[in-house]
Write a protein that binds this ligand. Structure first.
Ligand code: NAD
Length: 313
């Protein structure tokens, strides 16, 4: 198949592109390199540098290439940035996404896979519970709103035009290649800082000095597997949580990374960040896990990730 991977110069998109090429597919990456890096784009992929907000450019890409599937990973991905720049967030995540969806419809693309967020859409999940796909969305950040809005557009396009799609709601994804310099991606930030002997900061869940927010950390290889299945059409028409089902506080995460790297560091204690949920843990999707097996244990994923960052420090 010929597959368009938007955001394929980014963390997750580039891993998906690698896996698709390994399976013998042909891959075109569309990315403006705003947070992605050209060196992440696999050599065998065709790279189109461009902005999703440019409707004419997006349409030209579809006119020139006969895509079978769109895997839409390209996005403004930071919750903090979305709280500061909600209009830009919506321009990229809603209008940019619509440019891709509209071109996919106009050019008769068979399948659309969307990288949504289980980590932000469901809102705070009370202690002892996990959010399944039926949990009512309660977005509290502009980022969560833009992702949920685009999910609704996909449903509307399916209803109106029959465009088939799969929505993958990722938990907090971590792994090699994640950008440690942004504001999102605490695993990458901690790995990079600890591997370079720098201090790390635990931002508060409520009060300065607490163990920090609780998140469901999912390894990027598990996210790639979900994308491959969706691209093959095995999860068509579905909304799928891609998570580990396990809650980990920021402090526990820091200790896991310290153990993986064999280091110990002084910690700084930060205040709560705007837009941050206190607790987010997903109920892993049964159908997905029937295909892929259980999620990668956090100890294994952190070990691989820490090793990768240590090799670059
Ligand atoms: P990333 O920032 O590494 O990748 C996003 C890519 O999109 C980057 O390469 C960036 O350059 C590109 N991009 C941004 N704006 C663009 C624009 N206007 N035009 C063209 N390209 C543009 O982030 P990631 O973690 O790999 O995220 C991939 C997808 O997964 C995103 O849609 C994100 O919202 C979603 N997601 C990620 C996580 C996570 O924990 N990393 C969790 C839930 C959902």
């Amino acid at each position: 198949m010929k597959i368009l991977v938007t955001g394929g110069a980014g963390f997750i998109g580039s891993h998906v592109a690698d896996a698709l090429l390994e399976e013998g597919h042909s891959v075109v990456v569309l990315d403006d390199l705003s947070s992605g890096r050209a060196e992440n784009v696999p050599e065998k992929a065709l790279f189109l540098e461009g902005d999703l907000r440019d409707a004419a450019l997006v349409d030209r890409a579809f006119a020139e290439h006969d895509f079978d599937v769109v895997c839409h990973q390209g996005a403004q991905t930071s919750v903090s940035v979305s709280t500061r720049e909600p209009v830009r967030d919506a321009e990229i995540n809603v209008i940019g996404g619509l440019n891709v969806l509209e071109a996919a419809r106009a050019h008769g693309v068979a399948r659309f896979v969307f990288a949504s967020t289980g980590g932000a859409i469901y809102g705070d999940i009370p202690e002892g519970q996990r959010a399944g796909e039926g949990w009512p969305p309660q977005p509290i950040s502009p980022y969560a709103c833009s992702k949920l809005a685009f999910e609704r557009y996909l449903a509307a396009y399916h209803h109106e035009h029959g465009t088939p799609s799969t929505i993958l709601r990722y938990a907090n994804v971590y792994g090699p290649r994640q950008d440690p310099h942004g504001e999102a991606g605490v695993v990458a930030i901690f790995c990079q800082r600890l591997a370079s002997g720098e201090k790390i900061r635990i931002n508060a869940m409520r009060e300065v000095g607490d163990a920090g927010c609780v998140r469901d950390y999912v390894y990027v290889a598990d996210v790639v597997k979900a994308n491959l299945l969706a691209i093959q059409g095995k999860l068509e028409g579905k909304v799928i949580n891609v998570g580990s089902g396990e809650g980990t506080s920021t402090l526990q995460l820091a200790e896991r990374i310290e153990a993986a790297l064999g280091v110990k560091t002084d910690k700084e204690w930060g205040t709560r960040r705007a837009g941050d949920l206190e607790r987010s843990v997903l109920e892993p999707n049964d159908e997905l896990q029937r295909h892929t097996g259980p999620a990668t244990p956090i100890a294994d994923g952190i070990r691989e990730t820490a090793r990768w960052f240590a090799g670059r420090a």
